[in-house]
Design a protein around this ligand. Structure first.
Ligand SMILES: [Zn+2]
Length: 152
């Protein structure tokens, strides 16, 4: 901002360009320009709303829940899930794809197969989940609703 103000005159601008870094360094050493530029920024009139939006925007209801607000996160994992080089299979029915992956608040990860068998997966953790899941875009009041949304 400061640089643009000073460069309003073409002649000064070219001069500044020619002098390059030396000029910039000299300007940077002047104590006042940044303060002066800030003082010229128009102050939003009180009550304009520009500032009052900031503290609680977006409204709490539209914000993605934080880790503390929810019991866990879930995502669908359609392709085979490879952990430590092995395709994970459901110990009860042998399913090897189309999982729902849960990441619980205690950082444990659970797998649920298409048939509804659930098992804790010690080979995965919250860091893995966060790395492999997309942004949280929905909140489901219950796991059942989440499962329905994810097609299970
Ligand atoms: Zn199963």
């Amino acid at each position: 901002m400061f640089f643009r103000r000073r460069a309003r005159a073409d002649r000064e601008f070219r001069k500044a360009q020619e002098e390059g870094f030396a000029m910039l360094q000299k300007l940077a050493q002047e104590p006042s320009p940044f303060d002066a530029a800030q003082a010229e920024v128009p102050v939003a009139p009180a009550g304009s709303g520009a500032e009052s939006l900031a503290p609680d925007f977006p409204p709490a209801g539209l914000r993605a829940p934080s880790r503390q607000d929810v019991d866990g996160f879930m995502m669908r994992w359609v392709q085979p899930l490879v952990i430590d080089g092995e395709v994970r299979t459901c110990p009860q029915c042998g399913a090897y794809r189309d999982w729902i992956v849960f990441c619980m608040r205690d950082d444990t990860v659970w797998l649920r197969c298409r048939a509804g068998h659930e098992a804790k997966e010690a080979g995965l953790d919250a860091a893995w989940y966060n790395h492999n899941s997309g942004p949280v875009d929905r909140f489901h009041p219950t796991i059942e609703e989440g499962l329905r949304h994810l097609g299970h």
